[in-house]
Ligand binder design. Sequence first.
Ligand SMILES: [Fe+2]
Length: 189
Amino acid sequence: MSTYVETTASRPEEQRADLFSLQSLVKALESLSSAPSLDQIYNWLETAEICAEELQPYLGFKEGNYWRHRVYRNEFAEILVLCWRPGQRTPIHDHNGSHGGVKVYRGMLWETTFIYDATAGLGYKSAREYAAGAVTGSDVPDIHQLGNPDVSGQDLITIHVYAPPLGVLHTYKPGSAKIDLYTPDDTDS
Ligand SMILES: [Fe+2]
């Protein structure tokens, strides 16, 4: 399942203190006593107005693969900032029991979704692009691939909230019924 939210108009700096910052998002997760619903995650991300200063510690790109920077994690949910050079993308995957939302901070996010049939294998379902300010996400059964298209000509920065935190994911290949395991790389190098 995916939703699309129009880019939020920029506001004067003096109003930003009242908005839902990255620190506010961390506080919301700190106060959880159970995993938040997907609607709750969408609501947080749609109202978030995250400024460059608080995002700065979590920015960094690698040439070989997209880079995941964890902002916060507890047993119920986690926040990640992902940095993508043009051409970098995830494997085709599901979230193995987690749901999550994604907000585009800068650049253009491409999402491709798939359907899986144990006999026919993995098939293409749809593709969509999301500009800065847009929010999308995945419910538990969804299979997708996210990336920064190689023709975008710009870096991509996205903010992710998953509940419960991601563990080992399932990965898929087009036309194949085989399901593999994949552990996202959280190392800093
Ligand atoms: Fe995903």
